[in-house]
Design a protein around this ligand. Structure first.
Ligand code: DGL
Length: 273
C-alpha cells in the first residue's frame, strides 16, 4: 500500500508520471516538483546531489517503497550515489543513446538534454559504451526548460530554440532524435514539426514506466490490482500556479497541490494532511 516517490526539478517528470499512471494504475504516487530550484540543468552536480539526497530523505519520511528520479539531470548527477546511500529501490533515467544507436540507419543521432546531463560522467560512460561507430550531435536547448515551466509550449522562443538546435542535426543527416530531458516531451509537437516524419523521436518515459513495474515486481512491491491509484502533488515553489500547470499538462481538473519547504538541506511538507 506504500506510495512511490517521483521527483523532478519541475513539471518535466509529469511526462514520466503520465506513463507510470497508465502502466501502474493501482499505485499511489507522490510527485515532487522542486520548482524552488528549477532549472537543475545549469546547476553544479554537487548542488543536485544535495537536493536529491534531501528529497530522498523526505520521501522516506513519507514511507515510500520506491523512488523514480523522473529527471535525467538528477539521475546523471546523483543516481549511483543515492543507490549506495539508501536501501530503497531507485529507478533513474538516462538519454536513450542505446536505443537510438541501435535503430539509426544513417549512423547519426541527435540528443537533446540539459548541459548538466551532457557534462556528467554518467553520460560520458553511456556514449562511450553505446554510441561506438555512431555520430552523436548534442544540444542543451538553453532556455527551453524555463519556457516549458512557464506553460509556453508553442511560443516563438520554443520554436527558435528547437530550430536552432535541430537544424544542424538535420543538415548532418541525423535520423533519430532523443528527448534526453523529461521536460521536452511537452514540446514534442514542435520538435516533430521541425524534423518531419522521416526522423524518429525517442521519448524514454514509457520504458522508464515499464522498468518501474519490473523493479516493483522484483522486490515484491506491486500494489494490488483492484485498488484505485492516486497522485499526491507537491512543489517547493508556488502551489497555485503549479496546480494549473499540472491541469494543463496532464489534462486533469481540480488538482490540489501541497507545498514542501526547504530548511537547509531538509524538506518538510507544509499542509494539514
Ligand atoms: N527535467 C530535467 C531533466 O530531465 C531537468 C530540467 C532542468 O531542470 O534543467 O533533465
Amino acid at each position: 500500500m506504500a506510495p512511490i516517490g517521483v521527483f523532478d526539478s519541475g513539471v518535466g517528470g509529469l511526462s514520466v508520471l503520465r506513463h507510470l499512471r497508465a502502466q501502474l494504475p493501482a499505485e499511489q504516487f507522490i510527485y515532487l516538483a522542486d520548482q524552488g530550484h528549477v532549472p537543475y540543468g545549469s546547476r553544479s552536480a554537487q548542488e543536485i546531489i544535495q537536493f536529491s539526497q534531501g528529497i530522498t530523505h523526505f520521501f522516506l519520511q513519507l514511507k515510500v517503497k520506491a523512488i523514480v528520479i523522473a529527471c535525467n539531470t538528477a539521475s546523471a548527477a546523483a543516481l549511483s550515489l543515492l543507490r549506495d546511500q539508501f536501501e530503497v529501490p531507485f529507478v533513474g533515467m538516462e538519454p536513450a543513446v542505446k536505443p537510438a544507436a541501435g535503430q539509426t540507419q544513417s549512423g547519426k543521432v541527435g540528443i537533446l538534454a540539459t548541459g548538466g546531463t551532457f557534462a556528467s560522467e554518467r553520460y560520458a560512460r553511456l556514449t562511450a559504451k553505446y554510441a561506438q561507430g555512431v555520430s552523436v550531435w548534442e544540444d542543451p536547448c538553453v532556455g527551453l526548460v524555463p519556457e516549458i515551466e512557464a506553460g509556453r509550449l508553442d511560443s516563438p522562443a520554443v520554436h527558435h530554440i528547437l530550430q536552432r538546435a535541430l537544424a544542424p542535426m538535420l543538415a548532418a543527416g541525423v535520423d533519430t532524435v532523443v528527448l534526453g530531458c523529461t521536460h521536452y516531451p511537452f514540446v514534442l509537437p514542435v520538435v516533430a514539426g521541425i524534423v518531419g516524419t522521416a526522423v524518429t523521436i525517442i521519448d524514454p518515459a514509457p520504458a522508464v514506466a515499464r522498468q518501474t513495474g519490473v523493479v516493483l515486481r522484483q522486490h515484491n512491491l506491486l500494489a494490488e490490482a483492484e485498488q484505485p491509484g492516486s497522485v499526491r502533488f507537491l512543489t517547493t515553489g508556488a502551489a497555485e500556479p503549479y496546480a494549473r500547470q499540472v491541469e494543463q499538462l496532464l489534462g486533469l481538473a481540480d488538482v490540489v497541490v501541497e507545498t514542501a519547504v526547504w530548511e537547509g538541506d531538509r524538506l518538510s511538507v507544509n499542509s494539514n494532511r
